[in-house]
Design a protein around this ligand. Structure first.
Ligand code: AHZ
Length: 343
């Protein structure tokens, strides 16, 4: 009886999916793009494998020297992106195409990716509404194509792909396990972030004073997600210090309204600070979209072009890509007239 149940379950689950559109575009994509994974003899002997020797202190010095060099390099940088969820990663990916811009990504978690390791309710698949699938084509993430949307078979495929592309770029440094605790503000302009090891940030109530570190930047992009223990940090701090009036919090779910609104409202909220992703809904009381991710990608892309504009670099918002921009320190991203301010 048990065997019968198992086999009938099995035969149901292995039945071909009726809607051929669900399967064939993905297969076609994989056939076009996958590298050959055929079994071949490894280039070393697996029966008597031996590593080259190393001194333990060398391992320690390699890690320490590189990390400390990065800290020195990025103590004063072009753009700091706070939060490596789908919006922050998309922003960093787009921005890092300009090799003249140095980008530090600060992520409080040990594992970057925010909520984008899963679809919704801990399911695997990630839904992306068209035309945001063009972004997936660019980074090389395969999907099942439907009429108005596409489905990536596992959200982790998007997150791991964008991260591997991004982190290979020489002008990007990810500082994970590091939290942004505060902002640097000078003359009403956000001028960087105040950081601490995330584990230290989480223990301010158990230890006496554990002072933070700082990172100056020309532009800060806040992509901290919606409110939570570490969410919406950027906009909540702006409210605390009186730079914005209120943070009403995201409204109830409406996918259609929410995704367009997030992209439309992605902007430089105060001089020097651009907000992207779900943090935008917090500041504007816009609806949430739940488990559809296209708005995170396009909002991140728009934030990148706002940052490029703020840095006086060619950008898609001004239609200046491919043209020479006059030497300018900083252009207010929020200014329609391209008003230039001092760096
Ligand atoms: O750990 C956070 C996460 O990885 C990180 N973060 C937040 N505050 C931080 C701080 N310092 C350093 N002070 C911090 N890191 O920011 C990341 C935010 O990622 P996310 O995936 O939560 O936000 P997102 O805006 O990129 O994507 C939102 C995805 C959602 S939520 C939602 C809904 O609830 O309706 N729908 C979508 C698509």
């Amino acid at each position: 009886m048990a065997a019968m149940t198992t086999s009938s379950l099995l035969s149901n689950s292995t039945k071909p999916i009726q809607n051929h559109r669900l399967v064939s575009p993905f297969r076609a994509y994989v056939q076009r793009t996958s590298v050959s994974a055929s079994l071949s003899t490894p280039k070393y002997n697996l029966s008597s494998f031996k590593f080259d020797p190393i001194k333990e202190s060398i391992v320690s010095r390699e890690m320490t020297r590189r990390y400390m060099t990065d800290m020195i390099t990025y103590a004063d940088t072009d753009v700091v992106i706070v939060g490596a969820g789908s919006a922050g990663l998309s922003c960093a990916y787009e921005l890092s195409k300009d090799p003249s811009i140095n980008i530090a990504i600060i992520e409080q978690s040990v594992s970057p990716g925010g909520g984008a390791w899963l679809g919704g309710q801990l399911f695997s698949a990630m839904v992306v509404r068209k035309p945001a699938h063009v972004f997936l084509d660019e980074i090389g993430v395969p999907y099942d194509e439907q009429d108005n949307y596409v489905v990536i078979k596992h959200a982790a495929l998007f997150t791991s792909t964008i991260m591997s592309r991004l982190l290979a770029r020489p002008n990007v440094k990810l500082f994970n396990a590091t939290a942004v605790e505060d902002l640097i503000v000078k003359e009403n302009r956000v001028a960087g972030v105040v950081t601490n090891w995330a584990l230290v940030s989480m223990n301010h109530n158990t230890q006496s004073c554990m002072d933070p570190n700082v990172m100056e930047s020309k532009v800060v992009v806040s992509s901290c997600g919606h409110d939570g223990p570490f969410g919406a940090t950027g906009v909540k701090r702006l409210k605390d210090i009186g730079m914005i009036d209120s943070v009403p919090g995201m409204k109830a779910l409406d996918m259609n309204t929410a995704e367009d609104a997030i992209v439309r409202l992605t902007r430089e909220v105060v001089p020097g600070m651009i907000v992207t992703g779900m943090e935008v809904a917090e500041i504007d009381g816009a609806p949430r979209m739940g488990p559809t991710f296209g708005a995170m990608m396009i909002s991140g892309q728009k934030a990148a072009h706002l940052a490029l504009r703020a840095l006086g670099r060619p950008n898609a918002l001004d239609g200046t890509i491919g043209s020479e921009i006059p030497e300018a320190d900083l252009v207010l991203a929020s200014s329609e007239g391209g008003e230039i301010v001092e760096g």
